[in-house]
Ligand binder design. Structure first.
Ligand SMILES: *[C@@H]1O[C@H](CO)[C@@H](O)[C@H](O)[C@H]1NC(C)=O
Ligand SMILES: *[C@@H]1O[C@H](CO)[C@@H](O)[C@H](O)[C@H]1NC(C)=O
Ligand SMILES: *[C@@H]1O[C@H](CO)[C@@H](O)[C@H](O)[C@H]1NC(C)=O
Ligand SMILES: *[C@@H]1O[C@H](CO)[C@@H](O)[C@H](O)[C@H]1NC(C)=O
Ligand SMILES: *[C@@H]1O[C@H](CO)[C@@H](O)[C@H](O)[C@H]1NC(C)=O
Ligand SMILES: *[C@@H]1O[C@H](CO)[C@@H](O)[C@H](O)[C@H]1NC(C)=O
Length: 443
C-alpha cells in the first residue's frame, strides 16, 4: 500500500502540474485592498489552508507557474506576481566563499503590492537544488547561493539561470499534501461531482444519469477474445487520477482492459494497473468472474464500464494464440510509469497545454528528483537516459548533456518511445491498449 501511495503521489503531482494549462492570470483587485482572506493562508497548516484556498480559486489556479529564469545580465527578468505587480530578478556571481566555483546572489525586487497583507511565495530551482522564499514587503530581497555545488551547476546557472516559480498563497507546505486534500481525489459525493464538473468544463464531457438498473446483465457467452473494456472511474484517488489523465491525453476513458478466452473457452481479462499482494501496480490476467465481481462490488472509484466488441471482420483476423503469448509475457510486469509523462508529449512546441513548457517539466522533475529520488528514477530518469542514448546519468547530468549537445530539453522530451526499449524492471507496456483508439471508438 505504501508503495502504491507514493507512486501515486508522484503521478498526481505530475498530473496536477500538467493541469496548469488552465492557469489564468492571477485574479487580483485593481485597488490596494487592506486585507484579503487569502493573505492569512500561508500561516495556516496545509490541510486547513488548501480547502479554503480551493473555495477561493479554480483548482487549476492553485498550481505553481514558471515566471522565468534570472540571469547575470543587465536585462533583468520582469514579471507580475499575484501580490506584487512589479517584480524583477537578476543574478550576481561572487566568490565570497573562496571556493573553486564561487557562489551567487539572486536579487529580487518586488513592488506594487495590491494589498497591505498579501505576499508572494516562490520556488527557486537549479538542477542541483530547490529552495523557496516568500515576500511580504516591497523592497529588494536577496537569496544567497553560498557556493555552487559543482562546475556543472555553475555552468548551468551561467547559461540557463535560476528558474523561478510563483506559488499561490497558502501553498507553502501543501505541495506534499496536495493529493490528500485536492477535492478531485476525495472519495465522497462531493469529490465525484468535482470530477464530473471538471470533465464537463475542460473537455465538454457530459455524464448523464441512466435510469435504473445501473448494472446490465452481461451474458458472458457473448464476450469474445479481443473485445475491449473502456473504463471511466470518477471517484476517489483513482477517479481524480483518471480525470486528469483524460484531460491531458484527450481520451474519454481513463483505463482500458482486454478480454481473452483460453483454449477451454474460459473468459479472462487482461489489464494493467492491477494491485498485487505487495501493493505494486502490475499487469495481470484475471478470470472474468473475479474481475467483474471486483468492479461491481469492491471498486470504490464508481467505475463506468463500456464493453466494446471487436468488429466481426477483425475478430475473424484476431490471432488468439499470439495475443495469449504476448499477454503471458507481460503478466506480472509493472505498470509502465517510466514514460507515462512522455506519452503526452510528442512535439517540441504546441503540444504542451500552455503555459506548460519544457522548462517547467524540467523543473518539476528537478523538484521531485530532489524530494523523492527513488520514484523520480522510476518515473523518468531511465526514460530520459534512453532518449539520450546514455546510461545511468542523473537528471542534472542529463540537463548538462543536452546543453552540451546543443539540443534542448524540450527536444529530448519529444523523442518518441521505442517499442524495443527495455527498462530495468521489464518492458514498458500499457501494452494492452492504444489509449488513443479509445477516443475514436467513443467519439
Ligand atoms: C552592464 O552594466 C554595467 C554597468 O552597470 C556595464 O559596465 C556593462 O558593460 C553592462 N553589460 C552589458 C552586457 O550591457
Ligand atoms: C518596475 O520597477 C522598476 C524598478 O525595479 C522600475 O524601473 C519600473 O519603472 C517599474 N515599472 C512600473 C510599471 O512601475
Ligand atoms: C574563488 O577564490 C578561490 C580562492 O581565493 C579561488 O581558488 C577560486 O578560483 C575562485 N573562484 C572563482 C570562480 O573565481
Ligand atoms: C439479471 O439476470 C438474472 C438472472 O437471469 C435476473 O434474476 C436479474 O433480475 C437480472 N438483473 C437485471 C438487472 O436485469
Ligand atoms: C498466430 O500467432 C502465432 C504465434 O505468434 C503464429 O505462430 C501463427 O502463425 C499466427 N497465425 C496466423 C493465422 O497468423
Ligand atoms: C548502470 O548501472 C547498472 C546498475 O547499477 C550497472 O549494472 C551498469 O553497468 C551501469 N552502466 C554504466 C554504463 O555505467
Amino acid at each position: 500500500m505504501e508503495i502504491l501511495c507514493k507512486t501515486h503521489q508522484i503521478l498526481l503531482l505530475l498530473f496536477t502540474i500538467l493541469t496548469i494549462s488552465y492557469l489564468q492570470p492571477p485574479k487580483v483587485q485593481a485597488f490596494k485592498a487592506p486585507f484579503h482572506p487569502r493573505d492569512v493562508l500561508p500561516w495556516l497548516p496545509g490541510k486547513v489552508s488548501w480547502p479554503i484556498l480551493g473555495t477561493l480559486n479554480n483548482a487549476a489556479d492553485l498550481l505553481p507557474s514558471f515566471v522565468g529564469a534570472a540571469f547575470a545580465s543587465n536585462n533583468s527578468l520582469n514579471w507580475k506576481g499575484s501580490c506584487f505587480y512589479n517584480n524583477s530578478a537578476w543574478m550576481e556571481f561572487h566568490n565570497k566563499s573562496s571556493t573553486e566555483f564561487g557562489g551567487g546572489t539572486l536579487h529580487i525586487k518586488v513592488s506594487k503590492a495590491h494589498s497591505w497583507t498579501c505576499m508572494d511565495l516562490y520556488i527557486f530551482a537549479t538542477p542541483y537544488r530547490v529552495t523557496w522564499d516568500y515576500y511580504f514587503i516591497s523592497r529588494e530581497h536577496t537569496l544567497e547561493f553560498k557556493e555552487w555545488e559543482s562546475k556543472a551547476e555553475f555552468e548551468y546557472v551561467k547559461n540557463r539561470g535560476v528558474s523561478i516559480f510563483l506559488l499561490q498563497a497558502g501553498m507553502l507546505g501543501t505541495l506534499q499534501a496536495l493529493w490528500e486534500v485536492f477535492p478531485l481525489f476525495t472519495n465522497t459525493g462531493w469529490g465525484e461531482n468535482t470530477n464530473i464538473a471538471f470533465l464537463k468544463k475542460h473537455m465538454g464531457a457530459v455524464f448523464e444519469e441512466r435510469p435504473q438498473p445501473w448494472v446490465t446483465n452481461i451474458t458472458v457467452e457473448d464476450i469474445h477474445s479481443g473485445d475491449f473494456l473502456a473504463l471511466s472511474k470518477i471517484r476517489g484517488r483513482w477517479g481524480g487520477f483518471e480525470t486528469l489523465e483524460k484531460w491531458v491525453s484527450g481520451a474519454y476513458a481513463g483505463h482500458t482492459a482486454v478480454c481473452l478466452r483460453d483454449f477451454e473457452g474460459k473468459l479472462w481479462v487482461g489489464e494493467s494497473g492491477h494491485e498485487n499482494e505487495k501493493g505494486e501496480d502490475v499487469i495481470a490476467i484475471l478470470p472474468w468472474d473475479e474481475w467483474w465481481e471486483y468492479e461491481l462490488t469492491k471498486d470504490d472509484a464508481n467505475p463506468q464500464i463500456a464493453l466494446l466488441p471487436l468488429h466481426p471482420e477483425l475478430r475473424a483476423k484476431f490471432n488468439e494464440s499470439a495475443a495469449w503469448e504476448y499477454a503471458l509475457s507481460m503478466s506480472g510486469k509493472p505498470y509502465g510509469y517510466h514514460n507515462l509523462i512522455f506519452s503526452w508529449i510528442d512535439t517540441i512546441s504546441e503540444n504542451y497545454p500552455s503555459p506548460l513548457d519544457a522548462h517547467l517539466v524540467a523543473s518539476v522533475m528537478t523538484v521531485w528528483t530532489r524530494l523523492k529520488p527513488a520514484y523520480a528514477g522510476n518515473m523518468w530518469i531511465e526514460a530520459l537516459n534512453k532518449r539520450l542514448g546514455t546510461q545511468n546519468l542523473s537528471l542534472s547530468e542529463i540537463l548538462v548533456q543536452v546543453e552540451k549537445r546543443g539540443s534542448s530539453f524540450g527536444e529530448l522530451l519529444a523523442i518518441p518511445e521505442q517499442d524495443n526499449w527495455v527498462y530495468a524492471d521489464g518492458l514498458w507496456s500499457d501494452g494492452w491498449l492504444l489509449p488513443l483508439s479509445v477516443v475514436y471508438i467513443l467519439c
